[in-house]
Design a protein around this ligand. Structure first.
Ligand code: YXS
Length: 256
């Protein structure tokens, strides 16, 4: 990643284009430690972006780091989960500046941002079904807090990209701006945020996080869901999804 401080705004630029900014443990650790550094500097707005003009904002979880059979690929301490929480718990607003396509877990990273501004070519594809991955409860919570349920279902079940104009119509992203306008638009908004009360904003951001995740899940319900998910990540289909990705071929899911 590249990091930059511009007045009270901190900028994180994903910078591993040769691997399409796949969210490896290393890349995620760089992002989370940059956020920790920004917290110490009392940064008042963060911009999370990729290199200008990029075709793929992020290809999502690094598939080569997905555990093979028998382990939850999206457990509490897995890097992607740590990244999502570090964005959601950062005391200042995080603006996702999206150019290009966003895949898999990177869609959830985008949806964990507080405000999303995208270029017309941006698109969002949530792809666990393409790999045979059972998305986790917290991750689904992030998605349904940002996306209307019928659209979340369409995105999860088809694994097809949702284009920026459709995302704007649905209120998933705040603005679409042309490539040559988006940077100044995003930084102007970051500056407006930085000029307001950081204490007020931080308390409201965290209150909204707590309110939006306040869903009663009984122990039975939780264990039922975990049991269902375990059947999936223990399945042949889960292994087939990862194998197919590595062999650069279409997966053949047999439902077992
Ligand atoms: O073959 P080399 O070594 O050059 O590397 C290739 C790809 O293997 C690598 N790469 C990735 N490596 C690990 N994890 C990834 N997700 C990943 N994506 C790409 O980057 C190099 C260039 O990739 P290539 O040749 O395919 O680039 P392209 O421009 O032709 O196509 C760009 C994409 C993004 C359309 C294509 O790379 C792609 O479809 N990537 C996978 C997108 C995806 O399905 N992501 C979901 C990952 S799983 C996840 O996020 C969650 C666990 S979940 O499944 O629950 O959503």
């Amino acid at each position: 990643i590249l990091t930059e401080k511009r007045d009270s705004t901190g900028i994180i630029t994903l910078n591993h284009a040769e691997k399409r900014n796949a969210l490896s443990e290393t890349l995620i650790e760089e992002i989370t430690s940059a956020l920790e550094g920004f917290r110490a500097l009392e940064i008042r707005a963060v911009v999370l972006r990729a290199q200008p003009g990029i075709k793929v904002w992020s290809a999502g979880h690094d598939v080569n780091e997905l555990p093979l059979r028998g382990r939850d690929p999206l457990g509490w301490n897995d890097p992607l989960r740590i990244l999502i929480r570090s964005i959601q718990e950062f005391p200042a607003p995080v603006i996702g500046m999206i150019e290009g396509s966003v895949w898999g877990g990177a869609c959830e990273v985008a949806m964990a941002c507080d405000i999303l501004i995208a270029t017309p070519d941006a698109a969002f594809a949530i792809t666990p079904a393409k790999l045979g991955v059972p998305y986790n409860l917290g991750g689904l919570m992030t998605l349904i807090n940002m996306i209307p349920l019928p659209i979340v279902k369409e995105m999860l079940f088809t694994a097809q990209p949702l284009p920026a104009d459709q995302a704007l119509n649905l209120g998933i992203i705040n603005y679409i701006k042309a490539n040559d306008e988006i940077e100044s638009f995003v930084f102007d908004m970051a500056q407006r945020i930085a000029n307001n009360s950081p204490l007020s904003i931080s308390s409201m951001k965290d209150s909204l996080r707590l309110l939006s995740s306040a869903h009663a899940v009984t122990p039975d319900l939780f264990e039922k869901i975990q049991g269902m998910r375990r059947i999936v990540y223990d399945s042949e289909d889960y292994q087939e999804g990862i194998r197919a990705f590595r062999e650069k071929r279409k997966p053949r899911f047999m439902g077992k």
